[in-house]
Ligand binder design. Structure first.
Ligand code: BDP
Length: 660
């Protein structure tokens, strides 16, 4: 039991179970419907299922209806993909041991494009990947087709994911060379059977680097012609190609600003090339420069003035938080601030800032926290979910993205519980109203066992795990106090000579004898002014700012009194300690349930929890001992004492290769 089956643990039906039940499909049958039929033929133990395509049911989009009809079940869909998703829904219900009698439900996805972003490089490494090397064997493609490509696509289809970006946003121009496009086509041919469209990250300098054009200026007719021809070439071999993801003028990547053009000039050039084929441009808003301006404000400052300037097949892809996938961030204020521009959210499933594949951190609560955040952009109730799913803003197509945590490890994600984050993203992309609790329960039942004695405590552990990580890493709104090289362990003292200030922990925590935190109120960087009323006021005032964002928005005196009466310093200590205690409790929960789990997965998770427990203490000691040099107050005597010396912690150097 190596975890490779993920949540897809269907037992093939026996001949006896299959006798008398049929999977009926109207002819002619497309390739995707054929996959749906085969899945049910092989695994469905219930009554006869009738798969019906109904061209009058346009409102279903890629969704489906499941209905109990006297003695059989009917799945009705408007598109082939709908039948596939309906088939997986049935198999999930069977696996969870649910009663199907009288079932009558309609499922319509909340987003049109539900896409994973792989940060995979052409040399087989994965940026911020912690599950081994890339799944894509570029050297062997297009000749050798690993069976894992289909297994990967099937897993995605089972949770409704319908698109993938194959390569890193820090993109090599080589991906657009003809030999690589042949490899991309080979993958697209496999994925298509499971309803998955392929997208590529592109390097903005491609015309110059691989096209022999003099420059890559988006207003240069030769450059525009190069992109048009390249897009034509792609669609010739991949007729359902999705489009481009672009990281431009961000962290050293080339972009239109290199030629004094705007993000809109760059995005629109690509959009014009893709438009005849219905292709999309996902243009990232992750931009910031080492200027005096607060990094958290920069995406808004660059993009809001461009509102309305983008073509309708451009979507601005915005990270959930204004800095960078931290354990907790307030939402990026750019959401809703562009009224005439389609926006999508980007989450990170890979745990770059959440303990890699060592820590058990269930991310559905983080995803939900952002999607459910009320921006007040069009009055109360303007949640990010509603701003991006087409409810409050019209969009040609809506989309939601997340950076994948998948690699060639046999269990795909490194940590068995990290599979739940892949699963949760897919399920929320389909239906953002699902609760973290529901999703966890589905996943545990399908991945381990439906026994309540197991499901309940494991679910509680998962639901608490994100807050636990926030507690032992960065409570009360602290952020980006990671070690410079790897974003794994703590380095609040980090200060590299000559390094970019906005890559240094002290830029974010500002610890001094007066207090701790980043003043983003009106007396500071005034980032609060980028939020719609009343949030600007609520966040901007120390007294009304939610305590979990306190040090994000304010520089707070050590003695400041928290709502529970403790001083800020004492509360900080208690939070770190709580995080440690939570992880210890997870270890107990897991050990107690040993009899419910196969020995391999039991041991794997157990040893990862040990690492997490040690790391939690490392984080707590490092941050408290370091901040104590400023607060000059004792660590409350009721909590666990540090077991490290600050000077020893400062010497820890992890050998992990990653640029910041
Ligand atoms: C940061 C990562 C970096 C990525 C960048 C991005 O540290 O590796 O390239 O985001 O999203 O989180 O472009």
């Amino acid at each position: 039991e190596d975890g490779s089956l993920l949540w897809l643990r269907y037992d093939p039906v026996t001949a006896a179970q299959a006798a008398g039940r049929h999977i009926i499909v109207a002819k002619p049958m497309g390739a995707i419907v054929q996959v749906a039929k085969t899945e049910l033929d092989t695994y469905w133990r219930g009554p006869t299922v009738d798969l019906v395509l109904d061209k009058k049911m346009k409102h279903l989009n890629e969704g489906y209806q499941l209905k109990w009809k006297k003695d059989h079940l009917q799945v009705v869909a408007y598109k082939d993909r709908g039948l596939l998703y309906g088939a997986y829904h049935l198999l999930r219900l069977q696996q969870e041991g649910r009663d199907l009698q009288g079932i009558d439900l309609t499922e319509i996805p909340d987003y049109d494009v539900r896409i994973l972003n792989h940060w995979d490089n052409l040399d087989g490494t994965v940026e911020r990947g912690y599950a081994g090397r890339s799944l894509w064997k570029w050297d062997e493609l297009p000749t050798a087709i690993s069976p894992r490509y289909a297994a990967y696509a099937r897993s995605n289809a089972s949770i409704g994911i319908n698109a993938v970006v194959l390569n890193n946003v820090n993109a090599s121009p080589d991906i657009l060379r003809p030999d690589y496009l042949l490899k991309v086509k080979a993958l697209a041919d496999v994925f298509r059977l499971y309803g998955i469209q392929v997208y590529l990250s592109i390097n903005f300098s491609s015309p110059k680097v691989i096209g022999g054009v003099h420059d890559s200026d988006p207003l240069n007719p030769e450059v525009r012609a190069w992109w048009k021809a390249k897009v034509r070439e792609i669609y010739k071999s991949i007729p359902d190609f999705g489009g481009f993801l672009v990281k431009a003028n961000s962290e050293g990547q080339p972009g239109p600003q290199d030629y004094n053009r705007t993000h809109a000039d760059g995005a629109n050039m690509l959009a014009d090339a893709l438009a005849p084929y219905n292709g999309l441009v996902m243009w990232r808003a992750f931009v910031y420069n080492p200027t005096n301006e607060d990094r958290a404000k920069q995406a808004y400052l660059e993009f809001v003035p461009l509102d309305g300037a983008f073509r309708d097949n451009v979507i601005i892809q915005i990270k959930n938080g204004p800095i960078d996938f931290q354990p907790r961030e307030p939402f990026t204020p750019l959401f809703g601030a562009m009224k005439e521009t389609t926006q999508m959210i980007e989450f990170q499933i890979t745990q770059e800032y959440l303990g890699f594949s060592n820590h058990l951190v269930y991310l559905a609560p983080l995803f939900k926290e952002t999607l459910d955040s009320d921006t007040y952009a069009s009055g109360k109730g303007s949640t990010i979910a509603k701003l991006t799913d087409g409810t409050l803003r019209t969009a040609k197509r809506t989309a939601i993205a997340a950076v994948a945590n998948i690699g060639e490890d046999s269990n795909w994600t490194g940590h068995n519980f990290a599979q739940a984050n892949w699963y949760a993203f897919g399920r929320l992309a389909w239906n953002h109203s699902l609760t973290s609790d529901q999703i966890a329960s589905e996943w545990i039942r399908s991945t381990f066992t439906p026994h309540e004695e197991f499901v309940q405590p494991i679910k509680q552990m998962m639901l608490e795990s994100r807050e636990a990580a926030v507690n032992y890493m960065m409570p009360l709104g602290l952020h980006h106090i990671f070690a410079f090289d790897h974003h794994y362990g703590p380095e609040p003292w980090g200060d590299r000579q000559g390094g970019r200030p906005d890559w240094m922990p002290w830029y974010y925590h500002n610890a001094n004898s007066a207090g701790l935190g980043f003043d983003r109120s009106a007396t500071g960087s005034n980032a609060v002014s980028q939020y719609f009323a009343p949030l600007d006021r609520i966040y901007g005032d120390l007294e009304t700012c939610p305590e979990n964002f306190l040090l994000w928005f304010h520089h707070v005196p050590w003695s400041y009194q928290m709502k529970n009466g403790r001083s800020m310093w004492a509360e900080l200590c208690y939070k770190y300690d709580e995080g440690v205690q939570q992880v210890r409790a997870f270890q107990q929960i897991w050990d107690k349930l040993e009899s419910h789990v196969d020995s391999q997965r039991f041991a794997d998770v157990q040893s990862k929890l040990k690492i997490q427990a040690k790391d939690a203490v490392w984080w707590k000691d490092a941050c408290l001992l370091y901040f104590q040099t400023f607060s000059e107050q004792p660590i409350p005597y009721a909590i666990e004492r540090p077991i490290h010396e600050l000077e020893d912690l400062k010497k820890i150097k992890l050998k992990l290769k990653h640029h910041n």
